[in-house]
Write a protein that binds this ligand. Structure first.
Ligand code: RAM
Length: 507
C-alpha cells in the first residue's frame, strides 16, 4: 500500500507547466561527417521560399530544425492547394533528438527496449483545411515530414512546437565563464529543463520515469540553477510513497497517469538516498522532510548490513547493483563505497534530528567499514583498490573509495593519479559515473583536473554538435547502447548528464 501521507505531500508540490511556442529555424538534411556525433550532422538547406508558400505532392519530404532540443507537442496547420478533398491526407512524421535517428530511420530496429519509444507516427487527417495537434509529447530538435498521400498538393501553412517544462528560461552564465563554458553550461541547463516535467524525468524521450539515482544528481544541478525545490520534494515524496514489502525504496516510479510503483530496486541507489536528503536539507533547511524520511533512509542499510559483517562484501550483493552501464564492471567495491558514503550521510541526518545514540552507532559502523576496506581492498603494490574475486581494477572502485572517504587528502590525490596512469582499467561509460569522477577530483582538492576532465568529456560532446547531453557517451564507441545494438533507443537528453552547470558553479 502506498504511503498516503507522502502522496499527499507530493501532490501539494505538483509544478505548474510552462508552455511556449517555437517555430522551426531551418530546413535541413543529414550529411555524413566523421567529426560529428555518431557520424551524422544536419546541414542547412538554403531556401528561396518560406515553407508556407510551397506545396507538396505525394512522396515529398522535408526535415525541420527547431534550433535546440525541446519537449512538447507539434501543431500543424494544413490545407490542400485546390481545396478538393476526395481522400484523406496521410503523413509520416519522425521526431528526433539526433541526426542519426532520421538518417538511419529505415534500418530494422535491433534494440532490446520497446520499439514504441522510437518517435515515429503515421497521421491520417480527413478534413482539410485543419489545425491538428498531435496528442503525444515528444523530445526533439528535428522533425522529419513525409507526405504519404494527399488529395492534391498540400500546403503546410504553419508548423510550430509547443514546448513545455516546469521552467522556461535558463539562468545566466556566471560573469567569469568563457564562451566555451557558457555553452557547456547552457547545454546542461537545457538538458535539466527538458527533464523538469511533472517530476524530474531521467529522459523526456525515454524512459520518462523518475529514477532515484538520477534525481540525486539532478537535485545538485537544480540547486545552482533553477532552484525549483518543489519538484525535488515532490520527486522525493513520490519515491518514498512506494516502499517495497521489505522496506526497500524503489529505484524508480511512474508518475502518469497517476503515480505508481515501477517495482524496480537498485541497491546503490537505495543507500545513496540519505545523500539526496542531506543535500536537500543543506539547500533548504527543510527539517520536516528529513524527519519524515529518516526511517526509510535508515531501513535501506538494514537490508544490506549483514553482507558487510566482516567489513567487506566478498561478492556483489544479491540485488541490481548499478554503478554504471558497463557490462564487464565488477561492482563489489564500488557498491560498498556507496553504502559507506550513504551511511556517513545517514549519521549526519541522525545528529541533526538529535538521535545521538543512533548517530554514534552509524559512525562506528562507518569507521569499521572504512578501516576494513582499506585493509582488504587496497592493493599496495598497484596503489589501487580492487574489486571482486578477480581483483578487477576500475575507475568506479577508485571513485567510490574516495567519495566514501576511505582515502582522503594526499592519498586520494595519489590514487587518482595512479588511476589516470593505469593502462588496464575499466573506464566509465555514462555521464552518471563521470559526474562522480568530477566529484572525486573536487573533494580531493584537484580542481584543475576536475575542470580538465569536464572540458574534455562534456566539451567533446559540444564539439560533436550536441546541444543537450546524452544517457551514454564513450568517445571511442559513439554507437554504444545499453539496450541491444540500436543507438536510436538511447536517450540523447538525459538529466543525469547535466553535471557542467553544477561543477562550473560550485567551489
Ligand atoms: C536507465 C534509466 C535511468 C537509470 C537506469 C539505471 O534505464 O534511463 O536513467 O537510472 O538506467
Amino acid at each position: 500500500m502506498p504511503n498516503r501521507e507522502f502522496l499527499r505531500k507530493a501532490d501539494e508540490r505538483i509544478p505548474i507547466t510552462r508552455r511556449w511556442d517555437v517555430l522551426p529555424v531551418a530546413l535541413v538534411k543529414p550529411v555524413r561527417d566523421s567529426a560529428a556525433w555518431q557520424g551524422w550532422r544536419m546541414e542547412k538547406i538554403p531556401t528561396r521560399k518560406p515553407l508556407a508558400d510551397r506545396a507538396f505532392k505525394n512522396g515529398d519530404r522535408f526535415i525541420l530544425d527547431f534550433g535546440e532540443e525541446l519537449v512538447g507537442k507539434l501543431k500543424l496547420t494544413l490545407r490542400s492547394q485546390r481545396n478538393f478533398n476526395d481522400s484523406p491526407v496521410r503523413l509520416r512524421l519522425l521526431f528526433a533528438e539526433t541526426p542519426l535517428e532520421i538518417a538511419e530511420r529505415n534500418r530494422r530496429y535491433t534494440g532490446t527496449l520497446s520499439r514504441a519509444w522510437i518517435q515515429d507516427e503515421i497521421v491520417t487527417l480527413d478534413d482539410m483545411p485543419q489545425t491538428y495537434t498531435l496528442p503525444r509529447i515528444y523530445a526533439m530538435r528535428y522533425v522529419f515530414v513525409e507526405v504519404i498521400a494527399t488529395p492534391n498538393r498540400l500546403v503546410f501553412e504553419d508548423i510550430r512546437f509547443t514546448a513545455r517544462s516546469a521552467v522556461r528560461d535558463l539562468v545566466p552564465p556566471l560573469p567569469h565563464f568563457s564562451p566555451e563554458e557558457t555553452e557547456l553550461d547552457r547545454a546542461a541547463q537545457r538538458t535539466l529543463r527538458n527533464c523538469m516535467q511533472g517530476v524530474l524525468l531521467d529522459g523526456p524521450k525515454r524512459d520518462r520515469r523518475l529514477w532515484l539515482g538520477d534525481l540525486r544528481l539532478e537535485a545538485q544541478v537544480n540547486a545552482v540553477t533553477f532552484r525549483r525545490f518543489d519538484i525535488i520534494e515532490r520527486s522525493i515524496y513520490l519515491l518514498a510513497a512506494f516502499p517495497q514489502e521489505n522496506g526497500g525504496i524503489p529505484a524508480c516510479v511512474f508518475d502518469r497517469p497517476e503515480p505508481y510503483d515501477a517495482k524496480t530496486f537498485i541497491s546503490d541507489y537505495a543507500v545513496l538516498f540519505p545523500d539526496l536528503l542531506w543535500f536537500h536539507y543543506e539547500q533548504t533547511g527543510n527539517r520536516e522532510l528529513l524527519k519524515d524520511l529518516f526511517p526509510l533512509a535508515a531501513k535501506q542499510f538494514d537490508l544490506f548490513r549483514s553482507f558487510y559483517r566482516n567489513g567487506v562484501a566478498q561478492q556483489e550483493l544479491p540485488a541490481w547493483n548499478f554503478i554504471d552501464w558497463c557490462a564487464e564492471l565488477d561492482r563489489t567495491t564500488a557498491t560498498q563505497g556507496c553504502y559507506l558514503f550513504g551511511l556517513r550521510k545517514l549519521a549526519k541526518i541522525a545528529r541533526i534530528l538529535k538521535k545521538f545514540t543512533t548517530a554514534k552507532q552509524l559512525e562506528q559502523e562507518a569507521l569499521f567499514l572504512s578501516t576494513e576496506l582499506k585493509k582488504q581492498k587496497f592493493d599496495p603494490k598497484k596503489g589501487l583498490f580492487v574489486s571482486g574475486k578477480k581483483k578487477q581494477i576500475s575507475c568506479a572502485s577508485q571513485i567510490w573509495m574516495i567519495l566514501a572517504e576511505v582515502v582522503s587528502g594526499n592519498d586520494a590525490k595519489l590514487l587518482l593519479e595512479k588511476m589516470e596512469h593505469c593502462k588496464h582499467i575499466v573506464k566509465p561509460v555514462t555521464p552518471y559515473l563521470h559526474h562522480h569522477l568530477l566529484e572525486a577530483y573536487r573533494i580531493s582538492g584537484e580542481k584543475e583536473k576536475m575542470f580538465r576532465h569536464l572540458h574534455l568529456y562534456w566539451g567533446t560532446m559540444i564539439k560533436k554538435g550536441m546541444n543537450v547531453y546524452p544517457e551514454v557517451f564513450v568517445k571511442e564507441n559513439e554507437r554504444l547502447t545499453p539496450y541491444g545494438s540500436d543507438p536510436r533507443i538511447n536517450s540523447a537528453c538525459h538529466a543525469w548528464s547535466c553535471a557542467p552547470a553544477y561543477f562550473l558553479r560550485i567551489n
